[in-house]
Design a protein. Structure first.
Length: 132
């Protein structure tokens, strides 16, 4: 078996499915691959995501709804980096991902890129968007 890495997102507010559905609506070649839900009597809210796999632009991600609430959450120290081909794409993604949120770096020219933006989405996941 070939070794592989996959980004794993742990949601603590029961919104893994909402986040996954939102993300796949934003990217081409995006889909839900597998969903396993908590059943009655299992250690998690019935119907919430026990484990799910989805792809964005061909890249695989996993997510869960964590039953125990931890003292930590997402941090911008790790972010999903998206190379955008057009200004329309970066503007659309930045607007959707940053809706109602505070930008870490507003869209702009920062010397290393003609157009770049960094934002935490409404689920707390950090995104860096770069016009290539």
């Amino acid at each position: 078996m070939t070794q592989k890495t996959t980004t794993f997102l742990m949601f603590q507010n029961g919104d893994a499915e909402e986040a996954m559905t939102f993300y796949i609506s934003l990217f081409d070649d995006a889909k839900v691959v597998h969903v396993e839900r908590f059943a009655a009597g299992e250690p998690g809210p019935e119907g919430k995501i026990k484990h799910a796999t989805f792809t964005l632009a061909g890249q695989e991600y996993m997510c869960i709804d964590s039953e125990p609430v931890h003292a930590f959450t997402f941090t911008p120290s790790i972010s999903i980096y998206v190379a955008c081909d057009t200004e329309e794409e970066i503007d659309r993604l930045y607007a959707a991902l940053g809706e109602g949120r505070q930008a870490l770096m507003p869209l702009g020219s920062y010397g290393f890129s003609t157009k770049f933006g960094w934002v935490n989405d409404r689920f707390g996941v950090s995104w860096q968007l770069n016009l290539t």
